[in-house]
Design a protein around this ligand. Structure first.
Ligand SMILES: NC(=O)c1ccc[n+]([C@@H]2O[C@H](COP(=O)([O-])OP(=O)(O)OC[C@H]3O[C@@H](n4cnc5c(N)ncnc54)[C@H](OP(=O)(O)O)[C@@H]3O)[C@@H](O)[C@H]2O)c1
Length: 345
């Protein structure tokens, strides 16, 4: 089958290769073989490829990617999924130490990781959903928030942020979100109660005197200590920098976790997102109720995976960049891009 993979760390255009001879995955009992229609690019994909994670723990050669939208090709007799069903999932293969991600034509996944794609949702929209929405579902679950609680989302126009704003509003939270001026109207339309343009005002000033119940931080750096100061002692700080390994992040994470454990600071949550079909089905319900918009900024064919990763690595995508995987690849939609990408081997 076809897949995009890399066997050394480096620039996207130099190391990502489209290959035609990737072996087919062998489905195990309890798993479902899925023919991938589309996948999407998440920051972890380019971080692993660049060598940002400890290189010893990265499986090479690696097929990047975690998001899947496609159709069931094969399942156990008696499985709740049958060939032809449209499904979506987060695949564990997104993790650095797994060789097999989702930039390829087939994946085999545990049945519990899958959810059905609701009628009316396109493959591209479904592919944009799993990793970012599950990140938010899991953050909200550990934060134990109630209606009216105040949540601050950093990076509110990004892949995770867009989901955080909408899934939080669907639960009746009061949501503040940071983004630049160019995305402010868009984030407002998603339902954000207070949009903070980080280029013009300090988020501390915009948050006012009432302490926050939760911060979901997709930006990090100095946002972390500044946000921790705004939280209630009983609140939760969700760091999305799990796995990022520069020394400053590691020290800040350890300090935050220790203070949280000793109850000298807010609860500090930092963990990698996990596959979860049940939570993904809950997200699909929110979408069916019309409370969740999925913004696919750009769709590119699999062969242009390198270009797609470069786009995301620029850190100003609004919503998501999706890769079309199945053979009948449509022309690129959305933003025009001209640079060359992954070279066939
Ligand atoms: N731990 C986990 O399980 C987990 C899961 C998912 C993601 N993550 C991590 O979370 C981070 C965000 O992920 P993502 O998918 O949302 O990334 P993304 O889509 O690339 O985020 C891009 C967005 O960030 C905004 N942004 C950039 N600089 C900002 C700043 N200084 N203040 C506020 N917003 C800013 C941009 O808005 P403007 O263009 O308006 O500036 C843009 O819309 C990444 O580091 C990712 O690796 C971790």
């Amino acid at each position: 089958m076809r897949a995009v993979r890399f066997d050394r760390f480096g620039e996207a255009g130099e190391v990502l290769r489209l290959v035609e001879d990737q072996p087919m995955p062998q489905r195990k009992p309890g798993e479902v073989l899925v023919k991938v229609a589309a996948t999407s690019v998440n920051p972890i994909d380019y971080k692993i490829r660049r060598g940002d994670f400890p290189r010893l723990f990265v499986a090479l050669p690696k097929v990047p990617g975690g998001d899947v939208a496609g159709v069931v090709a094969e399942a156990d007799p008696g499985s709740s999924f049958k060939p032809g069903d449209r499904v979506m999932a987060l695949a564990d293969g997104y993790r650095p130490w797994r060789a097999w991600g989702t930039y390829c034509e087939f994946v085999s996944l545990p049945e519990a990781h899958l959810a059905r794609i609701p009628e009316g949702m396109s493959d591209e929209e479904a592919a944009a959903l799993p990793l970012v929405s599950l990140t938010v579902m899991q953050a909200l679950e550990v934060s134990n928030l109630s209606t009216g609680d105040r949540l601050l989302v950093h990076g509110a126009s990004g892949g995770v942020g867009v989901m955080a704003v909408q899934l939080a509003k669907a639960r009746g939270l009061y949501v503040l979100g940071t983004c630049s001026f160019s995305n402010a109207d868009y984030v407002k339309e998603l339902g954000c109660d207070r949009v903070i343009d980080y280029t013009k005002e300090r988020f501390e000033d915009a948050c006012g005197d009432a302490p926050l119940d939760c911060v979901i931080d997709g930006v990090g750096g100095d946002y972390e200590p500044r946000s921790l100061r705004l939280l209630k002692r009983s609140g939760t700080y969700v760091s999305l920098r799990a796995g990022d390994t520069n020394a400053a992040i590691l020290v800040a994470t350890l300090k935050g976790k220790l203070l949280g454990l000793l109850r000298l600071g807010p609860h500090y949550y930092s963990s990698g997102v996990s596959p979860n079909g049940r939570q993904l089905a809950e997200v699909a319900e929110v979408w069916k109720e019309g409370k969740l918009k999925i913004n696919v900024q750009t769709v590119l064919p699999l062969v242009r995976a390198a270009e797609a990763q470069e786009l995301v690595a620029a850190r100003h995508v609004r919503g998501k960049v999706v890769l079309r995987v199945s053979k009948a690849e449509p022309e690129e939609t959305g933003k025009e891009s001209t640079s060359p990408a992954g070279k066939p081997e």
